[in-house]
Design a protein around this ligand. Sequence first.
Ligand SMILES: CC(C)(COP(=O)(O)OP(=O)(O)OC[C@H]1O[C@@H](n2cnc3c(N)ncnc32)[C@H](O)[C@@H]1OP(=O)(O)O)[C@@H](O)C(=O)NCCC(=O)NCCS
Length: 368
Amino acid sequence: MLVPGKAWMAACARHDARAAAGTMRGSKPMTGETGMTAISNWPIRQGRDTDGPGIIALIASCWARYPGIRMDVDGEMPELHTLATYYSQQDGALWIAGTDSRVAGMIATRPLDSGTWEICRVYVDPALHGAGLGHALLDHAERHAIAAGAQCLTLWSDTRFGRAHRFYEKRSYLRHGPVRVLADISNSLEFGYAKPVNGLELLDIAAATAAAARLADILVACVQTSASLEFLPPLAAGKARAFWHQIAADVGAGRRALAVGWRDGVLLAAGLLDLATPETQRHRAIVRLVMVHPEARRAGLGRQVLRRLEQAAVAHGRTLLTLETRAGDPEEPFFQAEGWTEAGRIPDAISGAEASAHAAVVFWKRAG
Ligand SMILES: CC(C)(COP(=O)(O)OP(=O)(O)OC[C@H]1O[C@@H](n2cnc3c(N)ncnc32)[C@H](O)[C@@H]1OP(=O)(O)O)[C@@H](O)C(=O)NCCC(=O)NCCS
């Protein structure tokens, strides 16, 4: 449901994108060292086949943190000896963060099919975790793939690498597809992650769950600048995450549809459609929320999200859409511009941070 195109994650080599474990920005930097210092100490360059021993040592140091994950280079990953050649033969690329004598981090990318590029082998030396090297490496690989025409980015991550999952989700990747079984000596199971570079998707429950933290960040920023949403500022991050967690459950139960939008690989917008209408209103759906990150507004994302929700309503057999927003806010002209008709105003319906209550505008639109 997340990414169009057939077999977008097929033909991936074993153990690719295995561990970005611990590369989250925001965790504690190394003592006495800022993230920027750590990054400038380890410049990123193209990988070489002579990096083989350093690459193997780096991966071993990352895997050593996970009991049960074992390494048999010659039996299961012989390509590590000449990884630069391995990726260049697939029209991909490998980068190393480090010096000639030490591999501190690595990443690779390669094209799959129909505009999909896979992010592979994301590893950072555990001693450098939390200093921003993972972000810098991923920026590098994503920029390369996008410049080469990637429309969708994918990766696999071992189900045991929880910190890596939070890192990928922070980077706007969402869970996609079934768990992959590698049948290797580590009994590896892997989650698939994906994101379109630019585009909109309706999320299933797995993707909606993975999106919760990112959507919470956007909601907190939107509540800070808009009174039309259902929360008062300042919205606590935990409360926002609990909201999206509940929405993921509703998506799974078919009570709501959730559309999200990416620009340049960053998840920036979302919209919610309420499908749980009474049995006398099964032909109706309610737009509950359309939000675009404040820094990404007036670039057409809101319009795209709203239209995607309208399509979802039609797909669910709904012929009438309604919504409510606060009178006088920028959201009012937004819905008018999208062809919604004002049904009327309810005085004093919405109270904001300030003392006086505001009118709500009720809009409707035929769907289909
Ligand atoms: C409402 C919101 C979703 C619009 O998102 P957006 O990405 O900025 O909207 P778009 O760029 O797609 O704008 C589409 C059209 O709507 C109208 N519009 C959008 N924002 C507007 C504003 N601030 N003032 C006047 N018109 C506006 C314009 O006609 C615009 O087309 P244009 O830019 O070509 O003139 C965004 O402002 C937002 O997230 N607000 C906070 C959340 C909220 O309150 N949502 C509504 C409650 S459900």
